[in-house]
Design a protein around this ligand. Sequence first.
Ligand code: PLP
Length: 423
Amino acid sequence: MNHFETRSGDLYCEDVSLAAIAAAVGTPVYVYSQATLERHFHVFREALRSHANLGEPLIAYAVKANGNVSVLRVLGALGAGADTVSEGEVRRALAAGIPASRIVFSGVGKRPQEIEFALRAGVAEINVESEPELDLIAAIAERLTLQAPVVFRVNPDVEAGGHAKIATGKAENKFGVSFTEARRLYAKAADHPHLNPLGVACHIGSQIIDLTPFEQAFSKMRGLVETLRAEGHSVERLDLGGGLGVPYFNMPEPPSPADYAAMIARVIGDLDVQLAFEPGRMIAANAGVLVAQVLHRHERPEGRKFLVLDAAMNDLLRPAMYDAFHDIRPIAATNAEPEPFDVVGPVCETGDTFTRDRVMPSLDSGDLVAFMSAGAYGAAMASEYNSRPLVPEVLVHGDRFAVIRRRPTYEEMLADEAPADWL
Ligand SMILES: *Cc1c(COP(=O)(O)O)cnc(C)c1O
């Protein structure tokens, strides 16, 4: 459930009409519902809490899905931690008031300065993805004379379905170490005076709509925890990653958080570990929309009809990058007959096509539309490609709204470009 609903035919976010936001801020613009963000976090946490044997897990929201500081503040206030993949994201989480003790630092390639920053900040754990990285963390921790809390990201080698670009849990992917490597590295870390191995982690992919790969991966992780303990190690933490799919319009229904939690309670409930989760999409996707305006409607002689929007692939990359489907809804009430349209942006690439032959109410220039389910991996992946200023973001709370990231001016866009001194 989310808080985007039609009232007398007009589309609202909570108690604010999207047309009012478009009029005040201009288009394209992302709009997020605070109530939906909060609801998704609660649903996820309550599903886990309903199983006493799962303890009180750390829910480290994956900042990369939507890292706006206001979004992080909303979640942080509810007790969320943050799963981060760069120093920039650690800084975002800290700026939003999320304590370092709830921040997980993940990622395949961390630079030395980033590791140092995270260690000094006192993050809860650094998720290690390779032996060279472990050695680097050890050396930095030694120089800083502290103990680095490390968790090994393991690649459970399962097929997680979804789009190939977001599957991460197969041995052939770049992510994590093998089980054998994890055992060797755990022992190595346990012997090192500046490393504190806390546990193991996995994250098998994104938009997973079937519990089977999760269950396969989590059973394997259970086996690993037991093996490590049998080898004399203490394993306090088990980080199960993110990846739970969300209901995108027209797509197969993902498992509910309740079913996901019940499976986890069954598979690892008696393991006596502190659990961590890293949900991103599940929290943010259906909490946001991208509002755009139709610039032109035109028809090819052979009959194909186009809607050219003022939003483009630089603002919402998912259709071009992942063939993602977004429901596109008119914002104003309409009785127009549905017709098939190709909905495109103005960028000079054929890939800048949001959808082809989509049957939707007939629209014309000036009309507003909303791309639904755009709260995750939307604004976060936006760029200035084609020198289009970064798309702004708005947060709605009841009958109020605030611009939480404004649209940069053209002067700001050019400000960092100093011509070479010989030009
Ligand atoms: C991307 C990512 C997540 C979040 O994935 P979602 O599908 O958005 O839940 C969690 N953990 C890691 C390590 C990631 O890379």
